[in-house]
Design a protein around this ligand. Sequence first.
Ligand SMILES: Cc1cc2nc3c(=O)[nH]c(=O)nc-3n(C[C@H](O)[C@H](O)[C@H](O)COP(=O)(O)O)c2cc1C
Length: 342
Amino acid sequence: MMALEGAPFEPKPAPDFSSGRYLAPMVRAGTLPMRITATQFGATACFTDVIIDQKLMRSDRHVSSIGSIPLVEYRLPDGGPLAFQTCPREGPVVCQIGSANDVYAISAVQNIERDVSAFDLNCGCNVSFSTKGDMGVNRMFDLESTSAVLKAMVRATNKPVTVKTRLYHENDPDNVGQRRDLEFLAMAEQAGVKAITIHARYPKDSRSAAVHWERLRLIRESANIPVIANGGLMTEDDIAACQDASGCTSFMLARGAFSGISMFKRGPVDGMEFLTKLYENSVLCGVSAANAKYNLSFGFKGRKELVPPPKREALQHCKSYEELGSVLGFRAPVEVLADVGL
Ligand SMILES: Cc1cc2nc3c(=O)[nH]c(=O)nc-3n(C[C@H](O)[C@H](O)[C@H](O)COP(=O)(O)O)c2cc1C
């Protein structure tokens, strides 16, 4: 890669979140190639995978290029792991932070602010990687300290700050999931948050649990900020049903983005065209072939017509982009890189 230290790079302005379709934060899957691909297919903005505050605050900024495309990367010192990567090919990017500490949150935000469009605080992830640090869904049960983290983020940046959470369980003590939903909303609004995403499942639910879009209606009607609906939006019909039930006009897609990227474009898209773009963007961004394989598999999960079983079997053994491209019938990496002058 050529060094382009100091090269100008401006993230796109954040939308106002009052409408549109957003790529959800997804660990491993929400890396730069998928965000560029979602942008190419019409996503209003893309959220990054959750990045822990301490990782962000300790990372150094590096500017290089992929051929003619400038690339900005944040890495832990001494060539350590990548925390965040962006380039001008992506649209508005919302950096999702995992934090339970207002001091760390400020440092994280300030370290990366110049390269992102907005920030989001993760208050909805229920895997141990988040909860053991009192992050993610645990933030729903300590409004005082969550408010402190959000206020710190808002004070630390001029960029919008949003929050992503879940519904409280309907049988929560004191009624009352619904009342607690509204308390969380009020806390977020008072902290200066510009939009709230609600994953319409309960804190302990797995991704296959039932969604409760109807519960979003009261929250949306009570809110002074946009409410982005998330959870179970796998088809255009789901979006229409969610809009009917909740009145929401902003939608966030996670797994649905991989199985139905056309929901961003709202028009027919050939599934193979999506996989080809995802593969080529992965080559360009230089993410590992293992990450590309993981994301591509998300894209053809349950769709035999796209990638039939013998090819799936062959893919399991692929260790390089050359092998991935050859099994899927895509261009070789050298040809993809030639497009950007490499
Ligand atoms: C692979 C994967 C990784 C995820 N990682 C995150 C994450 O980093 N932060 C977050 O807030 N939610 C994360 N989620 C949850 C999604 O953003 C979303 O809330 C959830 O999958 C429900 O949407 P869906 O029904 O459209 O998949 C992840 C989901 C998946 C499938």
